[in-house]
Design a protein around this ligand. Structure first.
Ligand SMILES: O=C1O[C@H](COP(=O)(O)O)[C@@H](O)[C@H](O)[C@H]1O
Length: 259
């Protein structure tokens, strides 16, 4: 049984990253044209950071009105603010420090040395910040995310929602503190599945053969507790893969990207 979400396959990771960057420009420009302000949720990880570097290098980046863009994260590692393990640090180096984003539009999750005593307090502060930008007509505790990008781990984790962990059962809160993540560092803050599902578009990004098993299970209809990527969807959901990550999909599921 498949999820029915469209799957687009690019030849390799560099082409995937370039294509996702181009797609992101289009979505942000469209969102700004129709709603004035756009909200994007970034992911950490290899392909997520590569997408941002491609965007920084592309002349198309000038089409985005950076002053009318808000940037959020799907998850963050609870480490000091300048740690290279922080998704924010990776995103700043790849893109955010190179574009004219108003600093107050960059909504980073509080760091371990930045005013939150522990992951639960960091999660609560981030949830407050999200709620401040929510629209009352949406009846959701988060802003209307135009695009929410998620990397997919080899174990099928998305954001910091790892297989079998209690965070996957959360139905009320938009953000949770995570302890004991199987991938270091163990302390993290993550959006929950209900918060992810409030997004207009969720893009699941995966490159490399080590992701093929997770992608095959998620798109094959596995349950979200054992395969968190299977539970990540938005009002529209799109899987964007390279050929290696798509290797275990049935042929009829994967649509090759047009050249
Ligand atoms: O720990 C994390 O891992 C995932 C996936 O990373 P990847 O390097 O295997 O692509 C990432 O999406 C998440 O944001 C991050 O905190």
């Amino acid at each position: 049984m498949s999820t029915g979400a469209p799957v687009v396959v690019h030849r390799d990771a560099p082409l995937l990253a370039r294509a996702v960057a181009a797609r992101l420009v289009t979505r942000l420009v469209d969102a700004q044209a129709s709603r004035g302000t756009a909200h994007v949720v970034l992911t950490g990880g290899g392909i997520g950071t590569r997408v941002l570097a491609e965007l920084a290098a592309s002349p198309a980046r000038d089409a985005v009105d950076w002053a009318r863009l808000h940037v959020w994260w799907g998850d963050e590692r609870f480490v000091p603010a300048d740690s290279q393990e922080r998704n924010e640090v990776g995103a700043r180096g790849a893109l955010l420090d190179h574009v004219p984003l108003p600093p107050e539009h960059v909504h980073a999750v509080p760091a371990a040395d930045g005013g939150a005593r522990d992951v639960d307090e960091a999660a609560a502060l981030y949830a407050d910040e999200l709620a401040r930008h929510a629209r009352s007509e949406d009846h959701a505790p988060v802003p209307q995310f135009d695009v929410l990008m998620l990397g997919v781990g080899p174990d099928a984790h998305v954001a910091s929602l790892f297989p079998g962990q209690p965070a996957l059962y959360e139905q009320e809160r938009a953000v949770v503190g995570v302890r004991g993540a199987p991938k270091p560092p163990p302390l993290r803050v993550s959006l929950t599945l209900p918060a992810i599902r409030a997004a207009r578009e969720v893009w699941l990004l995966a490159a490399g053969e080590e992701k093929a098993g997770a992608v095959g299970l998620a798109l094959g209809g596995a349950g979200e507790v054992q395969v968190p990527a299977a539970g990540a969807r938005g009002r529209r959901t799109l899987w964007l893969l390279d050929q290696a990550a798509a290797a275990r999909l049935p042929r009829d599921l994967a649509r090759p990207a047009s050249p």
